[in-house]
Structure formats: C-alpha cells, structure tokens
Ligand binder design. Structure first.
Ligand code: NAD
Length: 496
C-alpha cells in the first residue's frame, strides 16, 4: 500500500487537512509505514461541526423509518467488505485475523440493533396523570455529537455509538485514534456511499486538538470517549466545564476468579484467549487471576504457564499462521512495549515471581515490530504496582485467595471495575459473585464477559466516568432528550 496522507470527510466531501502536522501510521508487526495521519486543527474540526449542525434540522425531521435506510445500505457494504476491513484492523493494530473478524461482526451487530430505532425511540404516555391531564415523554434528538476513539478496536468501538446517534436523528463528528485511523477511513468511504445527506456524518483525523475542539465547540451537544482512565478524567472535566453530555469509558484490570470446583481444562483454555487475545490490549482482557485455595492456585499457575507454550507469537498476516487460532501479534507501538517492559521490571523489584518472561520474544522477519511474549507473574499480592496498574499487554498476574470472601475483597479493593468472571460449578458462588462484585460486566464460566450489541456495555469505578453505557437500548438515553409534556384541554363552549 502507498503511504497515503489520510483526508478528512466533511459535509459529504473528502478534504485534505491543512497539514498542521502528520504522524506516521505504523504496522506494529513489521514497523512498515502504512500511511500518515493529519493532525487537523481546531478550525477544521469547527468546519465539520458547523456542517453537522447545518445538517441537523433536515436529518432530525426525516422520519425515523427513513433515517435507518442508509444504515441498511452501510450494513450491506460492511458485509461485502468485511474481510478487507478485518485485514485492515490486523494490519494497523496487530491483533489476529480471528479477533479482527470478531470485531467486525460486533460492529455489524450494532448496526442491526440500531435498525430498531423506530421502535426503540418511542416515548411513553400516561393518560390521566392528574384530573383531565395527560403526561407524555418524547425522545427527541439533540443535535451534533462527537466521538473520540481508542486504538484497540478501531473497527468496532465507534459502532457502539454512531449508528444509534444517527438513527435517533442526530448528526456526528468522529475522531479516530491517531494510532489506528486507517480502518475508520475505509469504513467512512463506505459510509459516503450509503446515502446519508451531506454533513450528517463527518470524520476528522487528529489528536487532542481535535478532541478539545469537539468538547469546546458550542454547537456540540455531547461527546463519547473510549480511552484510558487518564483521558476519561480530562474529558469528563472538560465536558462539565463546557456543559456537554459525556460518556467516558476508561481503563481496566479485569479479574478472573477460579474456585476449587472449576472445570480446570476449560478454565485454562479460556484463560489463554482471555488473557492473551489481542496481546492483552482489550479493555475486557483478563489480566489478573485469583485462584481460591492453595491447590487451585498451584494448579492454575503451573497449567497456565505450560499452556502459554501453545501460543504462536508472530505477524498475524503471515500466511503461515494467519488462520491459526493460537496466534498472538505485537503490541501497538515501541512506546507501549517500553512501558510493558518497565512494568515487568517493576514486578520483579516488588518481589513477585516472574514465572514466564515474554521479553526477548522476537519472531523472525519482524525485527521492526513491537512484540512481547506471554508473561506470567505468580506470588502477586494486592497493592503491588503490577496488580494495581493497567499494563495493557500480554502480562498476567496470579494471586491466591484463601476463600471466596477474600477473592471478592481483592476485586472490590481494586480501583478498576470493568469486567470480572468466576469459574465455578456452584450456583451459590456464582450468584453471590454476580451480586457482590463491583464491576459493570460479570461473567460466569466465560473468559471475556463482553456483552453482545443488544445489551449495555460499560464498567464501574475508574473504568467509567458517566452513567450511560454504550450500545443497545442504553445508549439511546445519551442521544436523546426525554422531554416531558404535561397537557390539558378544556371542553369547547363557555367556561364552567
Ligand atoms: P488514549 O486515552 O490514549 O486515547 C484515546 C483517544 O483519546 C484517542 O483518540 C486520543 O487522541 C484521545 N486523547 C488522548 N489524550 C486526550 C486528552 N487529554 N483529551 C482528549 N482526548 C485525548 O487510549 P488508547 O491508548 O487509544 O486506548 C487504550 C485505552 O482505552 C485502555 O486504557 C483501554 O482499557 C481503554 N478502553 C476502554 C474501553 C471500555 O469500554 N472501557 C474500551 C476500549 C479501550
């Protein structure tokens, strides 16, 4: 592929950015430069916002049943290009083709849910709220919404939001991650053919400057961010200052609890994909395992380290391994790799046992890539930095708990609260886990409890800075104002 400079999509036109600067887009498996992403200015972002604001009156008045028509067209185009888009994700992000294909499936699934907007957006009516008075709730679109995307799911995460925003009658400005902007550029090429009127959907590439412009512009109603907890805090503060609605979904350290009665064969198979899929760069990656009881702990430590031998660390687009479900690609960048190495060093200094060291794993022919092999720490205690910190790489820490209650204390004492799973055959422990663990998404005997598109997605504690979750029916609250009408009509004729 030629090293193109990406362009913005504003008001139905592809527009070259003003070139305040560019960043290279790297294939993290090889270091090859795939293109350059422009760092657009606040003024360019403003033009996209103005275009979206101008498109809003016409789009919001379009009947809901017709607003979903371009989404149907987009879905057809996505299906036709699904494999190419999955390859694009793998190329710029480094995850396996299997993971990238699953990502595109979830993106498509979100479009399917948004098709239901003519039903989902219906309001409520209370006949007889008082004597002769009726109450009514209307769900109305608000105007321009913006989204700031992370690098790790470039093809899926924006679909948690924009199909719902558009179907509900809003207009949109999307900022891809500057690390993985190619897939969204390609998806926008499909969007441009789907029949949305100009200005309804806009794409602006860039970094924090674009994000700030979205949050500061008076015509923007709300912003959805998915990113690190540090960025969530900055976005939450800025959105409050500028009186914007916001969703800010942040970092994670997801725990899996293994009870003594768990089916250990299945658990280990689950752990491999849950911990090391996407090289640990999922917000729903399992990165801490709590084994209950010494026997379970010893067995999990031994068997997980052994099982890591099945993983194939490689360039996931290498035809020799591309269809191998055990392939694990690189981490996103040299900077991410440096941080992961620093955290491994920290773990050693803190006194945890480095049972498997992924430093130095280097697939042949990928010398320019950013690989870290599977890494496992045992003898980890709560409060160690390697337990507290989101490392966002293929590094797993294993802790021992004496019993169920101690396991729950470890989870609830942790700052993050995105997802958690328990492995047990006991309905009693599973029920208590569901009720007591302070996480937004809970799994029972599943590795990654990432909900399907029909259900809400979101965490608790430092993993989420606002109440409104992503995808499904839940996100419609974010994209609509529930306006409440109280009305009465007097009878015709003279007043009585
Ligand atoms: P990041 O926070 O570095 O960047 C995310 C986006 O925010 C990018 O588009 C970036 O340009 C922008 N940004 C960065 N700093 C900003 C600032 N100060 N103000 C405004 N915008 C800013 O995150 P990332 O490295 O791209 O993604 C990985 C992180 O995202 C991990 O922490 C992961 O757990 C999290 N994540 C969370 C979820 C979830 O559902 N909770 C899902 C996916 C990823």
């Amino acid at each position: 592929m030629s090293a193109e400079i990406l362009t913005n999509y504003i008001n139905g036109q592809w527009v070259a950015a003003e070139r305040a600067g560019t960043l290279p887009i790297e294939n993290p498996s090889t270091g090859a430069i795939l293109g350059h992403v422009p760092l657009s200015t606040a003024a360019e972002t403003g033009r996209a916002i103005e275009a979206a604001a101008a498109a809003f009156p016409g789009w919001s008045r379009t009947p809901a049943s017709r607003r979903v028509d371009p989404l149907f067209a987009l879905l057809e185009l996505l299906r036709r290009h699904e494999e190419d888009l999955a390859r694009s994700i793998t190329e710029e992000n480094g995850k396996s083709l299997g993971d990238a294909r699953a990502e595109m499936k979830r993106a498509i699934e979100n479009c399917e849910v948004a098709f239901g907007m003519p039903v989902l957006q219906q309001g409520d009516k209370l006949i007889g709220a008082a004597d002769g008075i009726d109450g009514e709730v209307l769900r109305l679109p608000l105007g321009v919404f913006g989204m700031i995307a992370p690098f790790n799911f470039p093809g899926m995460v924006p679909f948690w939001f924009f199909p719902y925003a558009l179907a509900a009658g809003n207009t949109y400005v999307l900022k891809p991650s500057e690390q993985t902007p190619l897939t969204l550029q390609r998806i926008t090429r499909l969007l441009a053919q789907a029949g949305f009127p100009p200005g309804v959907f806009n794409l602006v590439h860039g970094d924090k400057t674009v994000a700030d412009a979205l949050m500061e512009h008076p015509r923007v109603q709300g912003v959805s961010l998915v990113g690190s907890t540090r960025t969530c805090r900055a976005v939450a503060e800025k959105c409050v200052r500028h009186k914007k609605r916001f969703q800010a979904m942040g970092g994670a350290k997801n725990h899996l609890v293994v009870m003594p009665d768990a089916r250990i064969e299945e658990v280990i198979r689950n752990l491999l994909s849950s911990c090391f899929g996407c090289a640990g760069q999922r917000c729903m990656a399992a990165s801490a395992i709590v084994a209950v009881g010494r026997t379970t702990y010893d067995e999990v430590c031994r068997r997980l380290v052994e099982a890591c031998g099945q993983l194939v660390v490689a360039n996931p687009l290498d035809p020799a391994v591309a269809e191998n479900p055990m392939v694990m690609g690189p981490v996103i960048s040299a900077r991410a790799k440096r941080f992961i190495h620093e955290m491994i060093e920290t773990g050693v200094e803190e006194g945890a046992r480095l049972a498997l060291d992924g430093r130095g794993v280097q697939p042949a022919g990928c010398e320019g890539g950013h690989f870290v092999g599977p890494t496992v720490f045992t003898e980890v205690r709560p409060g160690m930095k390697i337990h507290e910190t989101e490392i966002f790489g293929p590094v797993v820490v294993i802790l021992e708990a004496a019993d169920f209650d101690e396991a729950v204390r470890i989870l609830n004492g942790h700052p993050y609260g995105n997802g958690a799973s328990i492995y047990t055959q006991s309905g009693y422990w599973a029920r208590r886990f569901k009720l007591e663990v302070e996480c937004g998404m809970i799994g029972v005997n599943v590795g990654i409890p990432a909900p399907v598109a029909q259900l809400p997605f979101g965490g608790m504690k430092a993993s989420q800075f606002s109440m409104v979750k992503a995808q499904g029916r839940a996100v419609i609250d974010f994209f609509t104002e529930r306006k409440v009408i109280t009305e009465r009509y007097w009878p015709e004729g003279p007043a009585r």
